[in-house]
Design a protein around this ligand. Structure first.
Ligand code: NAI
Ligand code: AKG
Length: 387
């Protein structure tokens, strides 16, 4: 029986994917796998039983990826599974920033007792007039799962769309509408666009990317949208730009004390992926990733180990070795197996940055002594046998 622990509420539709071989546990200490959404995991200690963490979502900045890798814990995410939910809220964000829908609705609520409300509304409404999206320039920074959907949808609203992503994947490039202008210089977006939306992960290299310098290049009255992570935008610089009127509206999915009450900020409580569909999609993908890893050793959509897939285990015994990506690991591993006269039926080795993964199918049983010998090889981080 495998055990899993949910650090956040996870959609039942996803959890229903677990077979009868899986049971939930109320604390993480004995779990083989943890399912998580946005819970902060950086301060957590991980028990030795823990083999996998699946983030039901895209951003993994709440998880200590390297610490997990060093302990032989594979971290997964669910790329693209909530992208449509975020795309739709970004479009809503652009509309909220363009038309004073919130001001208008508030006016109606404040005047709900007014018997002449229909007539008075016709006089009051001029205070809530706005502008249309059609014909405006939109800059999309980060053309991954979400950025591509936002860019394509905006073209259907008649916007003139510019995209920037120096690391764009072939898959994303294929999905991007041909009418989107591809720029290799992000300053072009800052200088020319009426709306700028950011869809990049929170990394050391992207933190604070919308800061004083970027803001100084932008057009007067620009609208900036951030549905990616709070740290991408320098709060102090953004507050100054809002107060000065340089930025007309900052639409963000991340409330912080610095930005929450500032005039011109439209702050949403991290609702981008909070739709039934996105929550179900993410949970289903996360559960399938965990089961395939625990039962077959296959890694798909990991963010700290290489993806590696040998299909279903069948009647073979499968040895799984997580290790550092250094020379002569396969030589040392196969030497241990040869010494014990074990025949390798199939072997795959993949690497990603500092870490690598070796999957081996053997025809015979694996004795505990062999596992111990494999663990003793320097640079090996975890050995697991599935039979
Ligand atoms: N508000 C919400 O509820 C949600 C927020 N997110 C956030 O949005 C981010 C993006 O999500 P996805 O599009 O699904 O991820 P993704 O991984 O599909 O796309 C990210 C893109 O950013 C690009 N990129 C990386 N560094 C860049 C840079 N310096 N300049 C320009 N592009 C750069 C990558 O090449 C990639 O194409 C996530 O990392 C997460 O932080 C994701 C889902 C829900
Ligand atoms: O699980 C959530 O609601 C947050 C989604 C998110 O921010 C992400 O997928 O990166």
């Amino acid at each position: 029986m495998y055990k899993y622990h949910n650090l956040n509420p996870i959609s039942k539709v996803g959890l229903d994917e677990f077979t009868k071989d899986y049971a939930p546990v109320s604390t993480p200490e004995t779990a083989d796998a943890i399912l998580v959404r946005s819970a902060a995991m950086h301060e957590m200690e991980f028990a030795t039983d823990l083999k996998a963490i699946a983030r039901a979502g895209a951003g993994v900045n709440n998880i200590p990826l390297e610490k997990c890798a060093e302990q032989g814990i594979v971290v997964f995410n669910t790329p693209g599974a909530n992208a449509n939910g975020v795309k739709e809220l970004v479009i809503a964000g652009m509309l909220l920033a363009s038309r004073d829908i919130i001001g208008g609705i508030n006016w109606v609520q404040e005047n709900e007792e007014d018997g002449n409300i229909a007539k008075d509304a016709e006089k009051a409404k001029k205070a809530f007039a706005g502008q249309e999206l059609q014909g405006k320039k939109l800059g999309v920074i980060g053309l991954g799962a979400i950025g591509v959907l936002v860019a394509n949808a905006a073209t259907h609203l008649g916007m003139d769309v510019y995209g920037y992503d120096p690391y764009v994947s072939v898959d994303s490039a294929w999905r991007l509408s041909r009418s989107i202008h591809h720029t290799t210089n992000v300053d072009e977006i800052y200088e020319n666009c009426d709306y700028i939306t950011v869809h990049v992960p929170a990394l050391d290299s992207t933190k604070g990317m919308i800061g004083k310098d970027a803001l100084s290049l932008m057009k007067e009255g620009v609208i900036v949208l951030n549905f990616a992570r709070d740290v991408l935008v320098d709060s102090e610089a953004m507050v100054d730009a809002l107060v000065a009127g340089k930025v007309k509206h900052y639409v963000t999915d991340f409330p912080t004390p610095e930005i929450a009450g500032v005039k011109g900020a439209i702050v949403i409580p991290h609702l981008g992926a909070s739709t039934e569909e996105s929550e179900d999609n993410c949970a289903k993908m996360a559960v399938k990733e965990v089961m395939d890893y625990l039962e077959n050793g296959n890694i798909r959509h990991s963010v700290n180990y290489p993806d590696c897939d040998m299909g279903l285990r069948g009647d073979k015994t499968r040895i799984l070795v997580l290790h550092h990506n250094v020379p002569n690991m396969i030589g040392q591993i196969s030497a241990v197996l040869a010494k014990d006269n074990m025949n390798i039926a199939d072997l795959t080795n993949k690497s990603k940055g500092k870490y690598a993964y070796t999957m081996i199918d053997v025809d015979s049983e694996v004795q505990e002594g062999v596992v111990e010998e494999l663990k003793q090889i320097g640079e090996v981080l975890r050995v697991r046998v599935i039979c």
